[in-house]
Write a protein that binds this ligand. Structure first.
Ligand code: ADP
Ligand code: MG
Length: 342
C-alpha cells in the first residue's frame, strides 16, 4: 500500500483505542472534564450499561459557541499551553483527546452554555473528516455531553462489552472513587431511568464520613481512624482501619494523589510495609488515603488513562507514606494495648 494520511475519523478511532476501553472509561473522562470545568453538581444518566446512552450534565464554566468545534477536535485543550504547564498539571485532563476520540466511536452531542453567553449551542460531528455541526439549543449554564450507541461503528470493540450489569458496575465504581476524591461535589447516578446513587455535597467531617459509609460500607466508616500528617511539602490524610479489623483481599484500598485515583505500586507497597508487622498473614491493609505533593514533583503523563504516576523523588515519597502510616498504627496498637490492660 502507498503511504497515505489517515482520514481524521480513523485517526481518532485509533486514538480512542487507548482511552476508551468501555463505557466506564468514557464516564471517567467526562466526569473529569466536568470537574476541570469547576462544576459542583453532576448528573449522570446511563442506559443499558452505557452502551445505549451515557449522558452527563454539569454546572461548570461551559464552552462558548466559538469553542465548541475546537472542543471536539483532537489535540485541542484549554488546560495545557506549554511544556512548563505539562510539567505541573493541576487539571485532571490535559491530552485534548477524550472528546474527539469518544465522538469518533459514538453519536456524541455536546450542548453548552457559559454563564456570560445568553443562549446555549449544541455541536456534533459526522463523516470521515469529522465535520462539526453547530445549532442553537436550550440548556442552563453548564454543559451536557450526550453519548449514544458507543462503539456502533467499531464492531470489534462492541463485541468486547460485557453484560449491562457488569458495565454499569464498572461505571458505579468509577463514580464511587471520584466521589471519594471530591466531597465538595454532588453526584447523582441513574441507570435505565432509576436513580441509584445520590452523593450530596459533604462539607463537614460528619457528612464526609457519611459519604464514605455509603461508598465503602458502614463497617469501614465505623472502624476507620482519621489520619492527618503535620503540615509540610507532603501531606497525607484520610482514613485507615486498625490491623485487627483488616480483612481479606478485595477490601477498601484507595489511594489518591493530588486528587487523582491511582493504582500505584510504590504507594501500596509503603502502606503494606507499615502494616506488615501488625497484620496477620492473610489480611490486607484497609484504607482511603489522600496524598498531596507539589505538582512539579510528579509526572502524570505516563499512561493515557492516567492510572499511574511517576514521582521524581520516589524514595522520599515512599518513606514519607511509610512513616505517617506507621505513626498512626503505633498509636492505635498502643491504644488497644492499654485498653486491654484495664
Ligand atoms: P482535555 O480534557 O484533555 O483538555 P477533552 O477532549 O476531554 O480534552 O476536552 C477538550 C476541551 O473541551 C477541554 O480542554 C475543555 O476546554 C473543553 N471541555 C470538555 N468538557 C467540558 C465541560 N464539561 N465543561 C467545560 N469545558 C469542557
Ligand atoms: Mg478531558
Amino acid at each position: 500500500m502507498p503511504i497515505q494520511q489517515l482520514p481524521i475519523e480513523l485517526a481518532n478511532q485509533i486514538a480512542a483505542g487507548e482511552v476508551v476501553e468501555r463505557p466506564s472509561s468514557v464516564v471517567k473522562e467526562l466526569v473529569e472534564n466536568a470537574l476541570d470545568a469547576g462544576a459542583d453538581e453532576l448528573v449522570l444518566d446511563i442506559e443499558k450499561g452505557g452502551s445505549k446512552r451515557i449522558r452527563i450534565r454539569d454546572n461548570g464554566c461551559g464552552i462558548s459557541r466559538d469553542e465548541l468545534t475546537l472542543a471536539l477536535s483532537r489535540h485541542a485543550t484549554s488546560k495545557v499551553q506549554s511544556l512548563e504547564d505539562l510539567e505541573r498539571i493541576g487539571s485532571l485532563g490535559f491530552r485534548g483527546e477524550a472528546l474527539a476520540s469518544i465522538s469518533s466511536v459514538s453519536r456524541l452531542r455536546l450542548t453548552s452554555k457559559p454563564a456570560e453567553q445568553s443562549e446555549a449551542w449544541q455541536a456534533w460531528t459526522e463523516g470521515r473528516d469529522m465535520q462539526v455541526n453547530v445549532e442553537p439549543a436550550a440548556h442552563p449554564n453548564g454543559t451536557t455531553v450526550d453519548i449514544q450507541d458507543l462503539f456502533f461503528n467499531t464492531p470489534a470493540r462492541r463485541k468486547f462489552l460485557r453484560t449491562e450489569k457488569t458495565e454499569f458496575s464498572h461505571i458505579d465504581e468509577v463514580i464511587k472513587r471520584i466521589a471519594l476524591s471530591r466531597f465538595d461535589v454532588a453526584f447523582q447516578l441513574s441507570h435505565n431511568g432509576k436513580t441509584l446513587r445520590r452523593y450530596p455535597r459533604a462539607d463537614s467531617e460528619k457528612q464526609q464520613l457519611q459519604r464514605v459509609a455509603k461508598i465503602c460500607g458502614g463497617q469501614f466508616a465505623e472502624q476507620a481512624y482519621q489520619l492527618q500528617s503535620p503540615e509540610g511539602d507532603y501531606k497525607l490524610k484520610g482514613w485507615m482501619v486498625a490491623p485487627e479489623h483488616c480483612r481479606y483481599q478485595g477490601d477498601v484500598q484507595h489511594f489518591f494523589v493530588n486528587g487523582r485515583m491511582m493504582r500505584d505500586k510504590l504507594l501500596a507497597h509503603a502502606v503494606r510495609q507499615a502494616y506488615e508487622k501488625y497484620l496477620p498473614t492473610d489480611r490486607v491493609p484497609t484504607y482511603i488515603l489522600y496524598f498531596e505533593l507539589p505538582a512539579e514533583q510528579v509526572d502524570v503523563n505516563v499512561h493515557p488513562a492516567k492510572h499511574e504516576v511517576r514521582f521524581h523523588y520516589q524514595r522520599q515519597v515512599h518513606d514519607f507514606i511509610l512513616t505517617q502510616v506507621e505513626r498512626v498504627l503505633r498509636s492505635l496498637t498502643e491504644m488497644s494495648v492499654s485498653a486491654g490492660a484495664e
